[in-house]
Design a protein around this ligand. Structure first.
Ligand code: GDP
Ligand code: MG
Length: 449
């Protein structure tokens, strides 16, 4: 993104080193502040962010195998993600069909273009989108959206002779759904002229929304307004629970960072971001991916992988600790374990990551392969269990086993095998706990392998 791309060089030169760690950190933070302020991020937000980074950088210690400088970048990475949104990648799957979206926003913010982008995006995802224009103020609006619709081959509805947006929308939805069998309807609206007319914009939106009852209202915000996006996003967020935000023109301004962080601070949901005039230039907003790109971690792939592996490892260790402490393991623990193994990749790698299990990495490859095949089976078996069964597997009799096998597309003996595995682990945990108790009496802390 324009304006923030200098962060990449900052990261690279920081990692290369040169000056003392402390001086490099201060230098880095100073440059980070300058860059963010130039990108129109709110001053207070910037100073809070940098002091949180500084505090954590000097407080926390990198785990073994991670350099201090790498660890610092990880902290920067995490704090920046919080700055741009803590919710993770926006989900763009549609909860029902037909799904009606309504785009609102100031004139020129990019509504019509974005309507086309959304139609193309959902078309690529296998939906049948249809476009409606209700902009009766500008004569060219009709042609503009029609041309876009034609260029991507999706049905279009509008009425040049009407001046009633509500009736156009109602008619259009009926026609596109019933005649053209569209299952995503995207309604473009006229909007108001100029920022500062938010009140009027929201009023107009309210009238249309009451008549059309959209499933989602998307507010289009031009990144040019920078941190001024805060007020608009806040009011919008307070007004509608079905609202989400699209930020456009991130390619054209250095103020995009300000707009995104300001919106994130209102807790409104940023769903899409656009960075170009072409209809392909849209994507679901993913703060993690966004920040990785800003910091150039896409190039520093291996560093990012290292962080991810660390997070997984911490998570697995926390879980193991909990299990060891309670001596109890549940099917839910096993489920999480299977899931994290899947995320982490080959079992061998997983074993290598966990100190207590590193000896397992030397188990023969054949054995590991067959366990990997099992993972998917077991995940679907656990998915087919009821909560009651998960909490107390002892109630799973033959009849339940048959049901679970059927539901998960596996066999009764697969279900039995998983339950046996669970039983073994449960005993092992109990055993370990007893031994641990004994060992600690003799002053031995670590069971280590
Ligand atoms: N560079 C750039 N231009 C955009 C983007 N989105 C829209 N535009 C341009 O912004 C102008 C206004 O867009 P339009 O869709 O007509 O805005 P509307 O008045 O809200 O419907 C047009 O020239 C678009 O090509 C974007 O993400 N990047
Ligand atoms: Mg328009």
């Amino acid at each position: 993104m324009k304006g923030l791309e200098v962060l990449k060089d900052l990261v690279t030169s920081f990692l290369k080193g040169g000056e003392s760690y402390e001086r490099s950190v201060e230098e880095f933070l100073r440059e980070l502040q300058k860059t963010l302020i130039r990108a129109d991020v709110n001053l207070k937000i910037v100073s809070e962010l940098t002091s949180r980074i500084r505090e954590e950088a000097f407080k926390s210690k990198p785990p073994p195998g991670v350099l201090r400088r790498e660890w610092f970048i990880k902290i920067v990475y995490e704090k920046l993600i919080e700055l741009f949104g803590s919710e993770g990648k926006a989900s763009i799957t549609l909860s029902k069909q037909p799904y009606i979206m309504m785009l609102v926003g100031i004139q020129g913010s990019g509504k019509t273009t974005t309507a086309g982008k959304l139609a193309l995006l959902y078309k690529k995802l296998g939906y049948r989108p249809g476009l409606i224009t209700t902009d009766t103020y500008r004569p060219a609006a009709y042609e503009q959206l029609m041309q876009i619709a034609n260029s991507i081959g999706v049905p279009f509805f509008g009425d040049k002779n009407s001046s009633d947006p509500v009736s156009i929308a109602v008619q259009g939805v009926g026609k596109l759904v019933n005649e053209f069998k569209c299952n995503v309807i995207i309604i473009d609206t006229a909007g108001r002229h100029g920022y500062g007319s938010e009140e009027k914009l929201l009023d107009e939106m309210r009238q249309l929304a009451e008549a059309i009852r959209p499933d989602e209202i998307l507010l289009v915000i031009d990144a040019y307004i920078g941190q001024k996006a805060y007020d608009l996003a806040k009011r919008f967020h307070e007004y509608t629970p079905i609202g989400s935000i699209i930020v456009t023109k991130l390619d054209g301004t250095a103020k995009g960072g300000g707009a995104l962080s300001a919106i994130a601070a209102t807790n409104a949901r940023i769903k899409f971001v656009c960075d170009g005039e072409r209809l392909e230039d849209i994507e679901a907003f993913d703060p993690k991916k966004f920040v990785s790109r800003l910091l150039g971690l896409g190039d520093l792939e291996s560093l990012l992988k290292k962080f991810e592996a660390l997070e997984e490892r911490e998570e697995i260790e926390r879980r193991l600790e909990r299990i060891m402490a309670s001596g109890k393991i549940s099917l839910r623990d096993i489920y999480l374990q299977l899931q994290s193994i899947k995320k982490l990749g080959p079992l061998k790698k997983v074993f290598e990551l966990i100190p207590g299990l590193s000896f397992m990495a030397s188990v023969s490859d054949d054995m590991i392969k067959s366990s990997e095949d099992k993972i998917d089976k077991w995940i679907s078996i656990i998915n087919s269990m009821t909560y009651e069964e998960l909490d107390d597997p002892s109630i799973i009799d033959r009849r339940r086993m048959r049901r679970i096998a059927l539901g998960s597309g596996t066999s009764v003996s697969d279900v039995e095998e998983l339950l046996r595995y669970y039983e073994q682990l449960r005993r092992l945990m109990k055993d370990l706990r007893r031994k641990k108790g004994l060992l600690s009496k003799f002053g031995v802390k670590d069971l280590g392998a």
